[in-house]
Design a binder for this molecule. Structure first.
Ligand code: NAG
Ligand code: NAG
Ligand code: NAG
Ligand code: NAG
Length: 414
C-alpha cells in the first residue's frame, strides 16, 4: 500500500530534476517521488542517486547557460546501472563510482538488487498516481549475448528484449523511438536523432509520471504575468495562483524560499526560489546534505498568495561529454564490456537522454528516457609503411638457413 509509505527525503529528488531557466530570478523546481526505505541498501542507493542527480544537474546547467534544464537523474542512473551488468574491470568501477557509489561500502550485487527493488516499488500499482519505469534492450540478430547477462537483465532490471536489424539504421531507430514514445505516452517522441551505423545493441530506460495536486489551482485564477528571465529580460507567462497550507521553508543561510506541493498520492514537488541574483550560489550548494536539511526544515504553513507559472518544457541531451566530465570515460574508448558477449570488441558510442515536464493547474506530467548505443569496434586496419631504412633476411624454410641478409638504406642506389 502506498499509504504506509513515508517519503525518504534522499530519494525525493530521484525522478525528475528541473531547473527552469537557470539565470537570475528564475524558479528551479524538483519533482519528487517518494520511496520507502525499508533496507539499508535502499537508503544507500537513494543517497548515491541524489548525489549523482546534483552532479549531473551542475554539469547540464553549466553547459546550457540561461536555458531550461530538465532531465531524469533516475532514468540515467538506472540505464547506467543496467549497462554496468555487462561491464568489467575498470570500466565497471568507473561507471559505479561515477554513479556515486562508494565501493568500499556497497557491493556490485547490492547495487543491482537495490535497483531491482526500486523498480518493483516504483511500478507498484496505485490509483492516485500513474508511474511506470522500465528497461528494454534492442539486440542485433547475430549478437550472442551471454546467458548470464540476459538473465540478469530480466531478473534485476525487468528488461524486455527485442531482436533488431541494425543493418537498416533508419528502421532500427524508428523501432526504438516508437517503443519509447509508446512507453512515455507520446511525450518523448524522438529519443535517438540518429543512430551510429555500427550499433549492435541499444539499452533503453523510460519513465512516465502523472500526478494530481492535492490542492488544485483554479484555472479561472490563472492570468498572464511577468516572469523575469534575467535582469533585463521579462516575458509574459500564464501565472497560476493559490491560497493554501503547505510545507514551506525560508532558508536564510542559502538565500532561497522553498514550497512543497503535494500530490494526491502524497508524493510531492519541491519548488526552490533563490533570491535575486543567487541562482549560481544556490546551484553550487546543491548537495545531498542540503536536500536533507530542507526536508527536515519544511513545515506546513499558510501561504496566502502562491504564484507559480504554468509551464511545459522539454530537452534532448547527448550525455557522452558530460558523463566523461563525471569520470565515466572508459566505456566510450577502451571499454571492457565483456560481460555482454564475452568478447572485448564492444564500446559505448552514444548516451542520449530526453525529458519533458508539464506543470499546470491539475498537476504534473513528466516523462524521460535514456538510450545507450553500443557498437562493435571496426576491425582495425594494420598498416606498416617501409618508408625508411630496413633489414631483409631471406630464409630457406627446410634448413632454416639465412640465404640472404641485408640492409636497405636507399632503394634507388644500385
Ligand atoms: C496520504 O497521507 C494522508 C495523511 O498521512 C493519508 O490519510 C492518506 O491516506 C495518504 N494517501 C495516500 C494515497 O497514500
Ligand atoms: C568510502 O567509504 C569509506 C568507508 O566508509 C570512507 O573511508 C571513504 O572516505 C569513502 N570514500 C568516498 C569517496 O566517499
Ligand atoms: C502503446 O502500445 C500499446 C500496445 O501496442 C497500445 O495499446 C497503446 O495504444 C500504445 N499507446 C500509445 C500512446 O501509443
Ligand atoms: C542589463 O542592463 C544593464 C544596464 O543597462 C547593463 O549594465 C547590464 O550589463 C545588462 N545585463 C545583462 C545581463 O545584459
Amino acid at each position: 500500500m502506498r499509504s504506509e509509505r513515508r517519503m525518504s527525503p534522499l530519494l525525493a529528488l530521484g525522478l525528475l530534476v528541473a531547473g527552469l531557466c537557470s539565470s537570475v530570478h528564475c524558479l528551479p523546481e524538483n519533482v519528487v517521488v517518494k520511496e520507502q526505505h525499508r533496507r539499508v541498501e535502499d537508503h544507500t542507493l537513494a543517497s548515491s542517486n541524489t548525489d549523482f542527480a546534483f552532479s549531473l544537474y551542475k554539469q547540464l546547467a553549466l553547459e546550457n547557460p540561461n536555458k531550461n534544464v530538465i532531465f531524469s537523474p533516475l532514468s540515467v542512473s538506472i540505464a547506467l546501472g543496467f549497462l554496468s551488468l555487462g561491464a568489467r574491470g575498470s570500466t565497471l568501477t568507473e561507471i559505479l563510482e561515477g554513479l556515486k557509489f562508494n565501493l568500499t561500502e556497497i557491493q556490485k550485487t547490492e547495487i543491482h538488487q537495490g535497483f531491482q527493488h526500486l523498480l518493483q516499488t516504483l511500478n507498484r500499482p496505485s490509483n492516485q498516481l500513474q508511474l511506470s519505469v522500465g528497461n528494454a534492450m534492442f539486440v542485433q540478430e547475430e549478437l550472442k549475448l551471454l546467458d548470464k547477462f540476459i538473465e540478469d537483465a530480466q531478473v534485476l532490471y525487468s528488461s524486455e528484449a527485442f531482436s533488431t536489424n541494425f543493418r537498416d539504421p533508419e528502421a532500427a531507430k524508428s523501432l526504438i523511438n516508437d517503443y519509447v514514445k509508446n512507453k512515455t505516452q507520446g511525450k518523448i517522441e524522438e529519443l535517438f536523432k540518429h543512430l551510429s551505423p555500427r550499433t549492435v545493441l541499444v539499452l533503453v530506460n523510460y519513465i512516465y509520471f502523472k500526478a494530481q495536486w492535492k490542492t488544485r489551482f483554479d484555472p479561472k485564477d490563472t492570468e498572464q504575468a511577468e516572469f523575469h528571465v534575467s535582469e533585463n529580460k521579462t516575458v509574459e507567462v500564464p501565472m497560476m495562483t493559490l491560497d493554501l497550507k503547505t510545507p514551506y521553508f525560508r532558508d536564510e543561510e542559502l538565500g532561497c524560499t522553498l514550497v512543497e506541493l503535494t500530490y494526491t498520492s502524497n508524493d510531492s514537488a519541491l519548488f526552490i526560489l533563490p533570491d535575486k541574483g543567487k541562482m549560481q550560489d544556490l546551484e553550487a550548494k546543491l548537495i545531498p546534505e542540503t536536500l536533507t536539511r530542507w526536508q527536515e526544515s519544511l513545515y506546513p504553513s499558510r501561504i496566502h498568495e502562491l504564484y507559480l507559472p504554468k509551464f511545459s518544457i522539454k530537452s534532448n541531451y547527448e550525455l557522452k561529454d558530460i558523463l566523461s566530465q563525471l569520470g565515466i570515460r572508459k566505456m566510450f574508448a577502451d571499454a571492457d564490456l565483456s560481460g555482454l558477449t564475452g568478447a572485448g570488441n564492444l564500446v559505448v558510442s552514444q548516451v542520449v537522454h530526453g525529458a519533458a515536464l508539464d506543470v499546470d493547474e491539475e498537476g504534473t506530467e513528466g516523462a524521460a528516457a535514456t538510450g545507450i548505443g553500443i557498437e562493435k569496434l571496426a576491425f582495425s586496419r594494420t598498416t606498416v609503411h617501409f618508408d625508411r631504412p630496413f633489414l631483409i633476411a631471406v630464409v630457406l624454410k627446410d634448413t632454416q638457413s639465412i640465404i640472404f641478409l641485408g640492409k636497405v638504406t636507399n632503394p634507388n642506389q644500385a
